[in-house]
Design a protein around this ligand. Structure first.
Ligand code: DX5
Ligand code: ZN
Length: 230
């Protein structure tokens, strides 16, 4: 039986990377008041990915400014070593990259022991089969639909079929998240495949009307998830 994820499982996760960092508290309030489910926080180290963004002190400041779950996406090398700082800063979900670890099982269990939800992310060119053996240790699987490093890129549609492998398996009903190039146009393609968590930076923060955009994304996600179960 395919897991049936109802509309209550939709998670709209605005990526703060596309927000105005000089006005972070206001940007957080904007998406929080507009009905966002999670705040997606992109942590980049300039090594695993070619960009450098924010560290634990900023995550702590975000934590203090919002009551929403913090979906912390670690695009960094040595995530086991660095994860505790993000846990202490208030992360709700800590997601490491498959490409950054030698033993994904070790990484997932180590982060789980820190008392947070655990996610594992894969780049567009990493097969989904690299995730499957570790599902029992994971609360979330993050499928990158762009090569990580920058917002504002175009979704690579060939990654969408990775959802079939995860949603086709019995016994795992965690969150399946897609990240990169999600807009009102591309979101339905992902929801129809069974993704239930949607990261969107540019499409939300650069839209003229954030409440309208989030509401529309939720409507499309609910309809898509419904279709995915048919
Ligand atoms: C890319 C990041 C994404 C990014 C998404 O490396 O992981 O979360 O901010 O941005 P958009 O929605 O603009 O593609
Ligand atoms: Zn991200």
């Amino acid at each position: 039986m395919k897991p049936h994820l109802g509309p209550d499982r939709v998670r709209i996760a605005p990526s703060l990377l596309a927000s105005d960092f000089a006005d972070l508290r206001l940007e957080i309030l904007r998406v929080e008041n507009a009905g966002a489910d999670w705040l997606h926080v992109d942590v980049m180290d300039g090594h695993l990915v070619p960009n450098l963004t924010i560290g634990p002190p900023v995550v702590a400041a975000i934590r203090a400014a919002s009551t929403l779950p913090l979906d912390v996406h670690l695009m960094i090398e040595d995530p086991i070593r660095h994860a505790p700082a993000y846990v202490d800063a208030g992360a709700t979900i800590v997601t490491f990259h498959e490409e950054a670890v030698v033993d994904a099982s070790d990484a997932a269990r180590a982060i789980g022991r820190m008392g947070v939800q655990v996610g594992m992310a894969i780049n567009p060119d990493t097969p989904i089969e690299r995730v499957v053996p570790f599902l029992e240790h994971l609360d979330l699987v993050l499928v990158m639909s762009v090569f990580p490093g920058f917002g504002g890129q175009k979704l690579i549609a060939s990654v969408l079929e990775k959802a079939d492998v995860i949603r086709g398996r019995e016994g795992w009903e965690g969150d399946l998240e897609i990240d990169g190039g999600i807009t009102a146009e591309t979101l339905p393609l992902a929801a129809e495949r069974g993704f239930n968590a949607f990261v969107a930076g540019t499409a939300i923060f650069k839209s003229g009307d954030i409440p309208k955009t989030i509401k529309e994304m939720r409507r499309l996600a609910e309809a898509g998830l419904q279709a995915s179960a048919l």
